[in-house]
Design a protein around this ligand. Sequence first.
Ligand code: FE2
Length: 426
Amino acid sequence: MLDLLIRNAALPDGRTGMDIAIQGGRIVEVRPQIGAQTREVIDAGGLLVTPPFVDSHFHMDSALSLGQPRLNESGTLLEGIQIWGELKPDLTAEAIKARALAYCRWAIARGTLAIRSHVDVCDDRLLAVEALLEVKREMRPWLDIQLVAFPQDGFLRYPKARENLIRALDLGVDVVGGIPHFERTMAEGAASIAALCEIAAERGLLVDMHCDETDDPLSRHIESLASETQRHRLQGRVTGSHLTSMHSMDNYYVSKLLPLMREAGVSAVANPLINITLQGRHDSYPKRRGMTRVKELMAAGINTAFGHDCVMDPWYGLGSGDLLEAAHMGLHVGQMTGLAEMRACFAAVTANGAQALHLDGYGLEPGCHADLVLLQARDPIEAIRLRAARLKVIRRGEVIAESAPHATEVRLGGAVTREDFFWPKP
Ligand code: FE2
């Protein structure tokens, strides 16, 4: 007897008319017309069922703090860091936790069931670390949270960053972070990468660094990160986040850099919503787009994901935890309008993020966790186009969030229609 049978689903790989059988919180079979006895049935009606969205880059400690203590007037990364620094002394563990829990509920409502969140360790009290470790524990039944020890004010630049980062790892933070472009010199940026990769290698941890989040084409810390990855045999375990300087780099240099990243098995995470607004602020016209070279990274065989990065905080005043917004923006900024490219943008907020995070049991194969999202769309491209409603969000075989289908009744004279923006109509 199955616990749940999802009937007539379209899958992200293009298969249609598929049934998904679930037992004991896991997928046990995926094929058309499964005939087994089941406790519960969900009829997908030909709509898309996908493994959940994965936010591969987020900041849960600052989320929903917009306006505290003031708004970012310049719109720059550096003013954002300044405002966060002003707020830090007034932070309380209770406030961080309350905001983070509220955000987790939003994320789940949007079908996001895994988040890698950086947590600032440049606060000697480590309030955010302790608060987010509690949030991680409390949310574990419903949401996978991976925490990155992030030295926001610089691993070498902030006097107690090393000590705090080690304390955070000892407390149970999962991943080693960094911010080489915020160190005082290029040499110190490179030295911070070497030291942080050494810590990760010694402890057997993953690495995810904010790397080259600048428009300076000579910010080449990703080269050091890939090289240190190889030196410490961390291949497949390291992520470079943002990588916006690649947008402005010389093409010849990039032609040498991409194979190095590929050989090092470094994942790339772009944050399209944030970087289209933060970058290019020192330009007049033309203004650079400030997103890394997603299309070229993917073509070079580098695992590339999209993150949300921020929601209503000193760096970004908008957002609601919707990874389809990140995919939509990434598609536009990267001019990824080909059919395969649009599908790749969907993968960037699902499977590619899962790979970067080393998520266990993610996917649609028998044996994977029964973590699934039923979308009001028939394929990944339609899902991005419509930022489709998440009709059902399923965790370990249980429905944990539901939305009504999006449709608007239009009354023109005597003609009444319901518009759901499907075309061609089913
Ligand atoms: Fe970030």
